[in-house]
Design a protein around this ligand. Structure first.
Ligand SMILES: [Zn+2]
Ligand SMILES: [Zn+2]
Length: 80
């Protein structure tokens, strides 16, 4: 990890509610399928995915340029 990332504010993580409200970028799409994230900087690029144990977030980085694409909060399992 670079020291530069420590000075930046941590991105607001996505929660399941945020992803539930996510829309497909195709306006004619009827929806009902999985939400697919892509990097705005490099839409065709793959991601590097890292789990941050301190924030309990899954961090997705653009494989091309390393920009943060999104940070997703990982939920704890509910023991019933
Ligand atoms: Zn769609
Ligand atoms: Zn990129």
């Amino acid at each position: 990890m670079s020291s530069e990332s420590q000075t930046k504010t941590y991105p607001t993580p996505f929660y399941s509610q945020d992803l539930d409200q996510g829309r497909c970028s195709n306006p004619e799409c009827p929806g009902g399928h999985a939400i697919v994230a892509h990097a705005k900087c490099h839409p065709e690029a793959a991601f590097t995915v890292a789990y941050n144990k301190e924030t309990r977030c899954l961090e997705l980085y653009c494989f091309e340029c390393g920009r943060t694409v999104m940070v997703v909060k990982v939920a704890e399992a509910v023991i019933q």
